[in-house]
Ligand binder design. Structure first.
Ligand code: ATP
Ligand code: MG
Length: 394
């Protein structure tokens, strides 16, 4: 079986934009598989075919497809001529040696001109399998589902289906910029936006050299992991320590966290606009920490003029943690570091910030210059997965 048949669901619905969505999905699959022995990726009457070369590491190919948003499910498949007799013989050969209690055949015709209906095809192939192996047919809960897909000039068959990640192909929704702390929440927030077709850039604020480099290393590790889902990422590392010292000297203790956050948003927004992002993303959750009361979220959010998305806003910590574990970000996120937000933060932060008071406190700060300097001095790092330099077009 040297083909993989990929099915998509949601993108099939996108009307006139459909060819463009499918083109993106093909491009993303090609990029994601670029360093593996893959001969071609092509669209084929409502599904896609990936043709593997002899050197393809099947498990790794599967891993890559499982990280390609837009894929509903996929299967290792064999292509045959459009000849039911030949198809049956080939299926029987491929099933030899397999142990199985019950099975069913599921047929689909991509081209309705094929003279037999799907139930007729199912009966024909099913009858041959039953005659050869004596397996019991079970239409509801079969051990094994033999899928047959009849196209115009060829047919495919495959056994069972593996779930893909769903979602929309990365890049189809545009670009967003995620504020990535190194904690548990923000990587999960970024991943959720990727799933909806967003390409994600990252901004991390650190307090090096006042604090260690650990938070930057964590941010890099997290971006490296997330890049496996979008192939390319850009991370901006922003030095925040000096800004915090300026705030420390000018702003009363309880207001500082909110002022830090508003500065982070302004800086991230400038970076976002320079990089053509259409929105900002954070891992905020209502009520999780003192800075995340509704009042504080509102006052912090006022600092942004781009749309600000908080995809985890209504989730429990346990739910987010479970998602982080599935994603693989959790072990990186829990590595101890010194978060820049704990620096110069008093024990009694304001929980019900008032916009007017915060704005008054900010008046003594040269906000524009601070933002400009932070953006100018930001360090940009690019990540790529797989490492191929440039996408190989086939
Ligand atoms: P996380 O687990 O994502 O760090 P958290 O529960 O620790 O979230 P906060 O520390 O209050 O919550 O941060 C809320 C959000 O603000 C984060 O999800 C992130 O989007 C942003 N943020 C906080 N600190 C930083 C930072 N150092 N760099 C970039 N973004 C940050
Ligand atoms: Mg945090």
């Amino acid at each position: 079986m040297n083909s993989i048949i990929v099915h998509y669901q949601e993108i099939a619905l996108k009307g006139k934009n459909r060819p463009w969505f499918l083109g993106r999905l093909i491009r993303n699959l090609k990029r994601g598989l670029a360093d593996l022995d893959v001969r071609s990726v092509r669209g084929l009457m409502g599904r896609m075919e990936i043709v593997l070369g002899p050197g393809a590491d099947r498990e790794e190919v599967g891993n890559r497809i499982r990280r390609t948003f837009g894929v509903a499910n996929f299967s290792y498949a064999r292509r045959t001529p459009l000849d039911l007799d030949l198809l049956g013989t080939s299926i029987i050969e491929d099933l030899r040696g397999r142990r199985c209690k019950s099975f069913r055949v599921s047929a689909r015709r991509a081209d309705k001109r094929y003279p037999l209906t799907s139930p007729q095809i199912e009966r024909e192939i099913g009858g041959r399998i039953k005659a050869e192996y004596g397996w019991h047919v079970d239409l509801e809960a079969a051990d094994l589902v033999v899928h047959v897909e009849m196209l115009t000039n060829e047919a495919f068959y495959f056994f069972g289906k593996e779930r893909g990640p769903g979602g929309l192909p990365t890049g189809t929704a545009g670009r967003v910029t995620c504020l990535m702390s190194g904690g548990i929440d923000s990587p999960v927030a970024a991943h959720r936006m990727m799933k909806r077709g967003c390409a994600v850039n990252f901004v991390h604020f650190h307090s090096y050299p006042i604090l260690s480099r650990a938070s930057q290393e964590k941010a890099r590790e997290l971006v490296r992991l997330l890049t496996k889902w979008q192939q390319r990422s850009r991370l901006y590392l922003v030095a925040f320590g000096e800004i915090q010292q300026q705030v420390l000297l000018a702003v009363p203790g309880p207001m500082r966290v909110v002022v830090y956050r508003r500065l982070m948003l302004r800086i991230a927004e400038r970076i976002a606009r320079n990089g053509h992002s259409l929105a900002l993303v954070t891992g905020d959750v209502v009520g999780q920490v003192a800075s995340q009361t509704l009042e504080n979220l509102a006052v912090v959010g006022q600092a942004a003029t781009l749309p600000l998305f908080r995809p985890l806003i209504g989730m429990d910590k346990e739910e987010i943690t479970a998602e982080a574990i599935r994603l693989g970000s959790y072990p990186i996120s829990i590595i101890p570091d010194q978060d820049c937000c704990t620096l110069f933060t008093p024990r009694n932060p304001l929980t019900r910030a008032k916009l007017a008071l915060i704005e008054a406190a900010e008046e003594v700060l040269p906000i524009d210059e601070m933002v400009e300097a932070a953006v100018r001095d930001a360090v940009m790092e690019d990540f790529e997965f797989p490492m191929v330099g440039s996408p190989i077009e086939r």
